[in-house]
Design a protein around this ligand. Structure first.
Ligand code: NAD
Ligand code: DAU
Length: 351
C-alpha cells in the first residue's frame, strides 16, 4: 500500500461518498474509516465497497483520546480526511454540548494524535479538515463568502465548526502540522439523513405528510451535489497547498420555498400524481432560532487553482436524488425505524 488515509465520519452522508471514491479510485491506498456510528452513521451506505481489500472500518469515537492515540500509533496514517461531526443545526440548538464534544474536543484529539506521530517527518503528511460555509455567518441579499471573509458563526453548530477550524490553524502555526481546510455549502444527494431539508421533504411527500418550512421559506442556501463535493475533496487532498483554505459551492442558490416547490414538481412526476398535488403539503412552521438568512459561496479559488467544477446541473442532480430515495425505500425505512420518530415529534410537533 502506497499510503494509509484515515477518514473520520466515513459512515455518514458525505463521508460515505468520500470513502467510496477513495477506495475505488486508489486501490493502492489503505483507506481506514473511523466512525462512532452515531444516529447519523450507517454502514449500509458502504455496502458496495465493504469487502474491498484496501478498506477497513474501525468503530471508534473521536472524543475518546486514548482510542484516537492508539489508532494513530497502530496505523500511522499518512493523511487524515476529517469529516466526523455533529452536523445538524437544529440538534445543536437543543443540545450544544454534544457539538462542542465531537466537533471541538474530537478534532483536538485528532490534531494531537497526528502531531505526535508525525512530528519527526511532517512534510509528506496532511491533515484535511472538512468544514462548512456556516462559519462565515449570514449574508444579506447580495455578496458571496470568500476565503477572506471574517468568521461570524451564529449557531452552536457553526460556532463549534469555526472553533475546530481555528484549532487546525493553531496546530499548524504552533506545531508545524500540515493542513488544508475546505468550507463547503449545502450538500444534497443519496444517503443523507432525513433530518435535513431535502430528504425530509422527499420522504414526507412520498407519505403525503406535511412539509415543514421554517418561517416564510425565504432563507437561501447554495446547493451542491454530494459527489461533486467528494470530487473536490479528492482534488484538495492531493493538490491543495499546505496551509490553505478552499471554498466549495454549487453556485446554485435557492430560497427554501422555491426549492421545495421544485422538489414537489419532480415528485409529482415521479409518483404519477396530479401536478400541484404535493405542493398542498407545504406547511409554514415556527422559524429556526437565529436562522441564517443566506449562504452563497465564491469557489473561484478552487476553480482557478485546482480546475474543479461541479459536474451536475441542479435539474439533473435533484432528479437523480429523488429517484435514489424512491428506489431505496429499505434504506429510508431502516434509517427512520430507530429514534427518528421521537426526534421528529420533539422537533416538529409543537411548531
Ligand atoms: P453526517 O451527520 O451525515 O455524518 C457524520 C458522521 O460522523 C456519522 O457517520 C457519525 O456517525 C460520525 N460521527 C459523529 N460523531 C462522531 C464521533 N464522536 N466520533 C466518530 N464519528 C462520529 O454529516 P455530513 O452531513 O456527512 O457532514 C460531514 C462533514 O461535512 C461534517 O464535518 C460537516 O460539518 C461537514 N459539512 C457538511 C455539509 C452538508 O451539507 N451536509 C456541508 C458542508 C460541510
Ligand atoms: O451550509 C452547509 C451546512 O448545510 C452544513 O454545514 C450542515 O451540516 C448542513 O446540515 C446544512 O445546514 P442547513 O441548516 O442549511 O441545512 P438544513 O437541511 O437543516 O436546512 C436547510 C434550510 O431549510 C435551512 O434554511 C433551514 C430550512 N429548513 C430545514 C428543515 C430541516 C426548513 O425550512 N424546514 C426543515 O424542516
Amino acid at each position: 500500500m502506497s499510503k494509509t488515509i484515515l477518514i473520520t465520519g466515513g459512515a455518514g452522508f458525505i463521508g460515505s461518498h468520500v470513502v467510496r471514491l477513495m477506495v475505488n479510485k486508489y486501490p493502492d491506498y489503505q483507506i481506514l474509516n473511523l466512525d462512532a456510528l452515531t444516529y447519523a452513521g450507517n454502514l449500509e451506505n458502504l455496502k458496495d465497497i465493504e469487502s474491498c481489500s484496501n478498506y477497513e472500518f474501525i468503530r471508534g469515537d473521536i472524543t475518546d483520546m486514548e482510542a484516537v492515540n492508539r489508532i494513530f500509533r497502530e496505523y500511522r496514517p499518512d493523511g487524515v480526511i476529517h469529516l466526523a461531526a455533529e452536523s445538524h443545526v437544529d440538534r445543536s440548538i437543543s443540545d450544544p454540548l454534544a457539538f462542542i464534544r465531537t466537533n471541538v474536543i474530537g478534532t483536538v484529539n485528532l490534531l494531537n494524535a497526528a502531531r505526535d506521530v508525525w512530528h519527526e517527518k511532517p512534510d509528506d503528511k496532511r491533515f484535511y479538515h472538512i468544514s462548512t460555509d456556516e462559519v462565515y455567518g449570514s449574508l444579506g441579499n447580495t455578496g458571496f463568502f470568500t476565503e477572506e471573509t471574517a468568521y461570524d458563526p451564529r449557531s452552536p453548530y457553526s460556532a463549534s465548526k469555526a472553533s475546530s477550524d481555528h484549532m487546525v490553524r493553531a496546530w499548524h502555526h504552533t506545531y508545524n502540522l500540515p493542513f488544508v481546510i475546505s468550507n463547503c455549502s449545502n450538500n444534497y444527494g443519496p444517503n443523507q439523513f432525513p433530518e435535513k431539508l431535502i430528504p425530509l421533504a422527499i420522504n414526507n411527500i412520498k407519505h403525503k405528510k406535511s412539509i415543514p418550512i421554517y418561517g416564510k421559506g425565504e432563507n437561501v442556501r447554495d446547493w451542491l451535489y454530494v459527489e461533486d463535493h467528494a470530487a473536490a475533496i479528492d482534488l484538495i487532498f492531493h493538490r491543495g497547498k499546505n496551509g490553505e483554505t478552499y471554498n466549495i459551492g454549487g453556485n446554485n442558490e435557492w430560497t427554501n420555498i422555491d426549492l421545495i416547490r421544485k422538489i414537489c414538481q419532480v415528485m409529482d412526476k415521479a409518483l404519477n400524481r396530479e401536478p400541484g398535488d404535493s405542493e398542498k403539503l407545504i406547511t409554514f412552521v415556527k422559524d429556526r432560532a437565529g436562522h441564517d438568512k443566506r449562504y452563497a459561496i465564491d469557489s473561484s479559488k478552487l476553480m482557478t487553482e485546482l480546475e474543479w467544477k461541479p459536474s451536475l446541473q441542479f435539474e439533473e442532480g435533484i432528479e437523480k436524488t429523488v429517484k435514489w430515495y424512491l428506489d431505496n425505500e429499505e434504506w429510508m425505512n431502516d434509517v427512520i425505524s430507530g429514534d427518528y420518530a421521537k426526534y421528529y415529534s420533539r422537533q416538529y410537533d409543537n411548531r
